[in-house]
Design a protein around this ligand. Structure first.
Ligand SMILES: [Zn+2]
Length: 226
C-alpha cells in the first residue's frame, strides 16, 4: 500500500510504499501502515508528519503499546460527519480495549502533552480516546482549512480523493494542489452553482463533502480508482 506523508519541515508530500504490517516513519516504529489504515479498504492513505510525531510522543510517555481501534477513512467510505479529521488521516481513536480508569488516564496524558491539536473530552467519547493533529484555521466554523493552488498536505489529498468520488475524475491523489486540481475544483463549482474561483472555502467544502460522504459504501464500490 502507498502512504503519503506531508512533511511540514520540507513542505513536501512524501510517498512511502509499505506492507500493512510495516512500521511508518516518524512514529518510533510503534505504528504500522495497517494500523493507520484501520477499517478503510484504500490502497493509498495519507497522513501528516506532525500526527505521527504526536503519536510517538504519546506512545513514549504512556510507556506501553496503545491499541488503535480506528484511524484513517476515505470520505466516500463514510461513517463520520462530512469533515472528520479521520478522512484527513490525522486522527486516532484508541484504547477501546482498556478499563475505564486507564482510558481516562491516557486521555488526560494525551491532552497534557500539548502535541495534539484536539483531544475529545470524555463526555463525547467515553469508550475510546480520540486525538487528532488537525491543521487550521478552518474555512467554516469547524472542519477543513481553505485550499487554493499552491496548497499542499493532507487536506489536498482529501480534496482530490473527494473530487474523484464526485466524478470529477482524473485527479492524481498526491496532496499537491496544482493546475489540474484547480481545474477539477472549478468544474465541481460550476456543476454545483458555486462561484467558480478555484478556491476551496467553506461553501465548496460543504457541498463536496456532503455529496461524497458514504457514497462508496452505498454503491459497494470500495476500490480506489484515483
Ligand atoms: Zn475519532
Amino acid at each position: 500500500m502507498t502512504v503519503l506523508i506531508f512533511n511540514h519541515q520540507t513542505g513536501r508530500m512524501e510517498r512511502h510504499e509499505r506492507q500493512p504490517n510495516e512500521a511508518l516513519p516518524y512514529a518510533g516504529g510503534t505504528l504500522s501502515a495497517g494500523e493507520l489504515r484501520g477499517r478503510s479498504d484504500s490502497e493509498i492513505i495519507w497522513t501528516d508528519r506532525r500526527a505521527l510525531e504526536a503519536w510517538n510522543r504519546t506512545r513514549t510517555a504512556w510507556g506501553q503499546p496503545i491499541y488503535v481501534g480506528y484511524a484513517f477513512r476515505r470520505i466516500g467510505e463514510g461513517g463520520h460527519a462530512d469533515q472528520s479529521q479521520h478522512y484527513a488521516g490525522v486522527a486516532f481513536d484508541v484504547a477501546q480495549n482498556l478499563p475505564l480508569e486507564q482510558r481516562d488516564r491516557l486521555r488526560e496524558l494525551a491532552a497534557s502533552l500539548g502535541v495534539w491539536s484536539y483531544v475529545e473530552p470524555k463526555s463525547l467519547t467515553p469508550t475510546w480516546v480520540h486525538m487528532d493533529a488537525r491543521q487550521g484555521p478552518p474555512a467554516c466554523a469547524a472542519g477543513y482549512p481553505m485550499l487554493r493552488e499552491g496548497s499542499r498536505g493532507v487536506y489536498v489529498a482529501t480534496l482530490q480523493d473527494a473530487l474523484n468520488t464526485a466524478d470529477i475524475t482524473g485527479m492524481a491523489v498526491d496532496g499537491v494542489f496544482g493546475p489540474n486540481t484547480r481545474r477539477g475544483v472549478v468544474a465541481f463549482q460550476r456543476q454545483n452553482g458555486l462561484n467558480p474561483d478555484g478556491i476551496v472555502g467553506c461553501a465548496t467544502w460543504q457541498a463536496l463533502t456532503s455529496q461524497v460522504n458514504g457514497v462508496l459504501r452505498r454503491t459497494g464500490e470500495y476500490v480506489f480508482t484515483g
